[in-house]
Design a protein around this ligand. Structure first.
Ligand SMILES: *[C@@H]1O[C@H](CO)[C@@H](O)[C@H](O)[C@H]1NC(C)=O
Ligand SMILES: *[C@@H]1O[C@H](CO)[C@@H](O)[C@H](O)[C@H]1NC(C)=O
Ligand SMILES: *[C@@H]1O[C@H](CO)[C@@H](O)[C@H](O)[C@H]1NC(C)=O
Ligand SMILES: *[C@@H]1O[C@H](CO)[C@@H](O)[C@H](O)[C@H]1NC(C)=O
Ligand SMILES: *[C@@H]1O[C@H](CO)[C@@H](O)[C@H](O)[C@H]1NC(C)=O
Ligand SMILES: *[C@@H]1O[C@H](CO)[C@@H](O)[C@H](O)[C@H]1NC(C)=O
Ligand SMILES: *[C@@H]1O[C@H](CO)[C@@H](O)[C@H](O)[C@H]1NC(C)=O
Ligand SMILES: *[C@@H]1O[C@H](CO)[C@@H](O)[C@H](O)[C@H]1NC(C)=O
Ligand SMILES: *[C@@H]1O[C@H](CO)[C@@H](O)[C@H](O)[C@H]1NC(C)=O
Ligand SMILES: *[C@@H]1O[C@H](CO)[C@@H](O)[C@H](O)[C@H]1NC(C)=O
Ligand SMILES: *[C@@H]1O[C@H](CO)[C@@H](O)[C@H](O)[C@H]1NC(C)=O
Length: 691
């Protein structure tokens, strides 16, 4: 009686196998739920607690991220002998058994980030040491100490890239990475490293070293000549001193940002440095003090103690920089420091400089130099300083010939040197926002002999972006933009600047694409935008417009901002206008719209492809109440309907009772009269009627 049952189950098994292989050839999903594409098996995020054993035998890349694998057993990878890349990030891996990789000798990239490998690291180390071809290893986020790391990488002499970021390493010495002679790239980011002692000296090929987000207090006698990129940002470094030697350093990128540097770093004398990042430190120059004292001869002595030997290095703080050849430097970022002046000749050492960032310092003056020093400069950021003036030699030629972006925002400038843009033949962007400037020509003020100082941008042909936001502009007249082809113009936050007609803007009618007139006290209805055919973005927010400027209707804007005005309504047919058809984004909130005339709002909401980011904040007013147009109460709707119903109907309705009353009165009067009349006739004729 039991005979048929095994037969049945055998059949079922055969069926299942048939299905399984069918699915594999159709590349979609295997029984483990993995996605197979060519030689890659992607089993990411499938709650797997072990490596699936039924994938293709020629799998070269196996992705098992985001699963719950705890142990990698001896036989886990036995069926995948072609494996070259294995990723097991974000599992609960505690142990990799020593025999596991014996069958996958070709593995060259292994990612084990975000696991618990600290638990049985010595057994795991034995497993890793069986990988002769391993080139890339990621051990980030495994709670490893320096001793554990040392054991784990002890035999990995083929390694080219190693990450031990986000662990609990505190100290590094020469024992940790000794055998990694092929290493090109080492990531030690986000540990607790406060001391490094000769840890990288054996790494002869190391090119990129990242020690960002640690607790290093200083870097002294930096001597890794072969290193190309050093990232020590986000530490607590007060000093950076390179070894005093004439060796050529390969260093190209040095990131010292977000530290506590007090002095400009002492860089290698000869290097290939092209990016020097010193943002957010406490740097200043101390040769001159604000009270006029000179500290030219001041030197600092460093006491370097190594075991029982002591060395004293004497550094003349400013002098030393002169010994570094910075002729290849392209990018210098000194933003967010305490620099109040640049020493003489400082920039002259950097003839290749293309990007100079000195924003957020306390510079009081800046000297624009003729010719060589800044000849290559394309971007100069001096924003957020205390600049009262820009200096330029009178009659100097060829100032900043390659400059494209000049940011002078948030200073105390009133004027720029005359002719400052005469030689900047590539300038496209000037940010003068939040200064105290006025544009030339200045309208003559009655009673004042001299016209106030002004900035002349007329004729700067290449200029396309200009910001004059918050400059306290006092009236624009004449043709301040003549000869420019501005596409972006920001005039926001200027209270007294703009008169009703936009005549002063007419020179830009053909080119202007983006215009901001936010918070400029606009109230006039006479503003005529109809000539600005190229305009695609217009910001009119924060004004007191009480009528929608009718000239906007014919523009093909993509974005319009009308927030915070006094508009009671938009035109009812706004959705049918060219404007309504082209708009992709419109801001409408903070206006006292009339709740009873919201037809335009309903039609705008129906426009396809139009985004109203502040639609949720829309309100309207009804009898001094503020309501949401999305949920107007029924009584309001009714009374709105009454208000807006046809006037003829209204008159009819109002007239009807009066008419009726009159009619009734007339009828009554008529009937009474009629009776009296009849009686009169009857009495006249003396005929009695039988009523
Ligand atoms: C796993 O492999 C290692 C090394 O080959 C061996 O010593 C160990 O006995 C194996 N363990 C099991 C359970 O097979
Ligand atoms: C792994 O480590 C835990 C705790 O350190 C230990 O109890 C366990 O025996 C280790 N497992 C192996 C296989 O060594
Ligand atoms: C490194 O390899 C040697 C010989 O191959 C072996 O004796 C040693 O145990 C290995 N060390 C580690 C930490 O795996
Ligand atoms: C690793 O370095 C140690 C000591 O420096 C040495 O004894 C060992 O043989 C090296 N291992 C390999 C695989 O190079
Ligand atoms: C240095 O590392 C930090 C942190 O990872 C990163 O944000 C920064 O971009 C790096 N610097 C460079 C120059 O790559
Ligand atoms: C200038 O300031 C420095 C430091 O604050 C002080 O040592 C020096 O005496 C001052 N010099 C004068 C002339 O006031
Ligand atoms: C001290 O200086 C000498 C000679 O310049 C050098 O050989 C030695 O390594 C230095 N010692 C330390 C601890 O820097
Ligand atoms: C430093 O100490 C070592 C022993 O610790 C000794 O051999 C060496 O001579 C000492 N060097 C000096 C310069 O004192
Ligand atoms: C600086 O280095 C460049 C090559 O990188 C070289 O041409 C130039 O002569 C050097 N300048 C000085 C002053 O050593
Ligand atoms: C100029 O700098 C300010 C602040 O430092 C910044 O907000 C603005 O975007 C910059 N302007 C340009 C055109 O990059
Ligand atoms: C409007 O601009 C003035 C300067 O003209 C400024 O003080 C004020 O803060 C601005 N208001 C808003 C809301 O930005």
């Amino acid at each position: 009686m039991e005979a048929p049952l095994p037969g049945l189950s055998l059949l079922l098994v055969l069926l299942a196998v048939g299905w399984g292989s069918g699915a594999v050839t159709a590349w979609t999903t295997s029984p483990g739920g993995c996605e197979l594409v060519q030689s890659t098996a992607d089993c990411t995020g499938r709650w797997l607690s072990s490596v699936p054993g039924n994938l293709r035998g020629d799998t070269e890349e196996l992705l098992l991220d985001d699963n719950t694998i705890q142990v990698l057993g001896n036989a886990s990878l036995l069926s995948y002998q072609q494996l070259r890349r294995l990723s097991l990030t974000k599992n609960r891996l505690e142990l990799i058994k020593p025999g596991v990789f014996l069958s996958s000798q070709g593995l060259h990239a292994l990612s084990l980030a975000d696991n618990l490998l600290f638990t049985n690291y010595s057994l795991t180390a034995a497993a890793l040491s069986a990988l002769p071809a391993l080139r890339t290893l990621d051990l980030a986020g495994n709670r490893l100490t320096e001793d554990m790391v040392s054991v784990l990488v002890w035999n990995l002499s083929s390694l080219e890239s190693l990450s031990v970021a986000r662990n609990i390493i505190m100290r590094l010495d020469s024992s940790v990475f000794t055998n990694l002679t092929q290493l090109l790239e080492l990531n030690l980011e986000k540990n607790y490293i406060f001391e490094i002692d000769q840890a990288f000296e054996g790494l002869q090929r190391l090119q990129r070293l990242n020690i960002a987000y640690n607790y290093l207090p200083c870097v002294v006698e930096f001597s890794l000549t072969q290193l190309r990129e050093l990232n020590v940002s986000n530490n607590v470094i007060e000093w950076f001193l390179a070894l005093e030697s004439d060796d050529l350093f390969e260093l190209e990128v040095l990131d010292l940002s977000h530290n506590r540097l007090l002095f400009f770093p002492v860089l290698p004398r000869q290097s290939k440095l092209h990016s020097l990042l010193l943002k957010d430190n406490e740097m200043s120059f101390y040769q001159r003090l604000p009270n006029g004292t000179s500290l030219v001869d001041v030197t600092v002595q460093f006491l370097l103690i190594d075991g029982n030997s002591t060395n004293i290095t004497t550094v003349s703080l400013w002098d030393e920089i002169c010994h570094s050849n910075l002729s290849s430097l392209h990018l210098l970022d000194m933003s967010q420091n305490q620099v109040w002046y640049l020493p003489e000749g400082f920039l002259a050492q950097m003839p290749s400089l293309t990007h100079l960032k000195l924003n957020q310092n306390c510079l009081e003056t800046f000297q624009l130099l003729e010719g060589d020093p800044l000849a290559m400069l394309t971007e100069l950021d001096l924003s957020q300083n205390q600049l009262v003036e820009l200096g330029a030699e009178v009659g100097a030629g060829n100032i900043l010939p390659n400059l494209q972006l000049f940011n002078l925002s948030t200073n105390r400038l009133q004027v720029l040197p005359p002719g400052v843009f005469a030689y900047t033949r590539k300038i496209t962007t000037v940010d003068l926002s939040r200064n105290r400037v006025n544009l030339c020509p200045q309208p003559a003020v009655a009673g004042e002999a001299e016209t106030p100082p002004c900035v002349d941008i007329r004729g700067v042909k290449t200029l396309t972006h200009l910001s004059l936001a918050g400059c306290g502009l006092r009236g624009l007249g004449g043709h301040p933009f003549q000869g420019t082809s501005l596409m972006h113009l920001d005039l926001s936050d200027n209270h007294q600047a703009l008169s009703g007609d936009l005549g002063w803007l007419q020179d830009l009618a053909l080119t202007l694409q983006v215009l901001s007139l936010r918070n400029t006290s606009l109230s006039s209805t006479a503003m005529d935008f109809s000539a600005f055919n190229s305009l695609v973005r217009l910001d009119l927010s924060g004004n007191s417009l009480s009528v929608f400027p009718s000239s906007l209707g014919i523009l093909k804007l993509l974005s319009l901002d009308l927030r915070d005005n006094c508009l009671p309504a938009l035109p009812p047919d706004v959705a049918q206008m060219p404007l309504g058809k082209s708009l992709q984004e419109v801001y409408l909130s903070q206006n006292p719209y009339n709740c009873c005339t919201l037809g335009w709002w309903d039609s705008l909401q129906r426009v396809k492809g139009l985004h109203i980011p502040d639609g949720q904040e829309m309100t309207c007013s009804y009898a001094s109440r503020t309501l949401s147009p999305r949920a107007l109460p029924e009584p309001v709707l009714w009374s709105c309907r009454w208000q807006t119903a046809d006037l003829a109907l209204l008159y009819l309705v109002l007239a009807l009772p009066t008419c009726l009353t009159l009619l009734v009165a007339f009828a009554v009067v008529f009937l009474t009269l009629k009776q009296k009349l009849l009686k009169m006739v009857k009495s006249r004729c003396g005929v009695s009627t039988p009523y």
